[in-house]
Design a binder for this molecule. Structure first.
Ligand code: SAM
Length: 241
């Protein structure tokens, strides 16, 4: 069926791709790639020889109308990013928006995303979470971004780069308090690691030795106050009176 197929690809382990994704990548008229060289490796591994073209932050505004035109003419187009699910801290949002506004069908081809992979194995509460993406690199903006979400009563998920990990953990400790957290590194790869501790413990570990690789930070929700239980009692009493 013609349309835009938003296609998840592996986040490390090349085997983490669905049968359906491989099938549609093979059949598509065009694969839009964040980086064509990166996607070439995936295509080589799965015998996909579909034409590939770049779609990234630098050419997106210029090429978007042409892509929408192709879609309106009935093309099957896959959108992929270098790793994981497109649009999740990756390009694609405006393309999907414009496709929908133009009345073009958009299909998700679900698969890996580092945020969900980390959450699924971290041991943090998973019933409610906020995906906060990348924090700003500058200290002031980072503090403000953290303040905005400090009161959210849910697990927080961040993407971070290795060189900034120590600073990010310290900033989180300062603004969010010394909560429990998990650093999930190199997911699905040879050196996969989950490290649990308080934010200050983790900051100590990663300040001492800067880690390598790709990182997700999971921060537990704010501690429930011991007073909460008595609040509920008071609430029930008031309701029953
Ligand atoms: N679209 C991707 C997804 O669905 O996960 C995310 C793209 S974003 C540009 C890249 C960031 O995702 C990395 O800096 C890191 O925070 C996280 N990430 C991607 N792959 C990862 C992996 N294998 N292990 C840990 N984190 C990963």
């Amino acid at each position: 069926e013609p349309g835009l197929y938003v296609t998840a690809t592996p986040i490390g382990n090349l085997a983490d791709i669905t049968y359906r994704a491989v099938e549609i990548l093979k059949k598509a008229d065009l694969i839009l790639c964040e980086d064509t060289r990166q996607t070439a490796k995936l295509c080589a591994a799965y015998g996909v020889d579909t034409h590939r073209a770049p779609y990234h932050d630098h050419n997106a505004a210029r090429v978007r109308p042409e892509i929408i035109k192709k879609l309106q003419d009935g093309a099957v187009i896959c959108l992929v990013s270098d790793a994981g699910t497109p649009l999740i801290s990756d390009p694609g949002y405006k393309l999907v928006r414009d496709a929908r506004e133009a009345g073009v069908a958009v299909f998700p081809l679900p698969g890996p995303s580092a945020a969900i992979a980390a959450l699924s194995a971290a041991g943090a509460p998973s019933d409610q979470f906020l995906f906060a993406g990348f924090l700003p690199a500058k200290q002031g903006a980072r503090g403000k971004a953290l303040e905005k979400i400090a009161h959210v009563d849910a697990t927080l998920i961040f993407y971070e780069t290795a060189p900034r990990l120590g600073d990010a953990l310290s900033a989180m400790k300062a603004v969010l308090g010394d909560r429990k957290a998990v650093v999930a590194r190199e997911l699905t790869k040879l050196h996969e690691e989950f490290r649990t501790g308080t934010l200050s413990e983790l900051a100590g570990v990663y300040d001492a030795a800067q880690p390598k690789g790709e990182i997700v930070i999971i921060v537990f929700p704010p501690e429930e106050k011991a007073a909460d239980a008595s609040d509920i009692d008071a609430f029930l009493k008031a309701a029953l009176d």
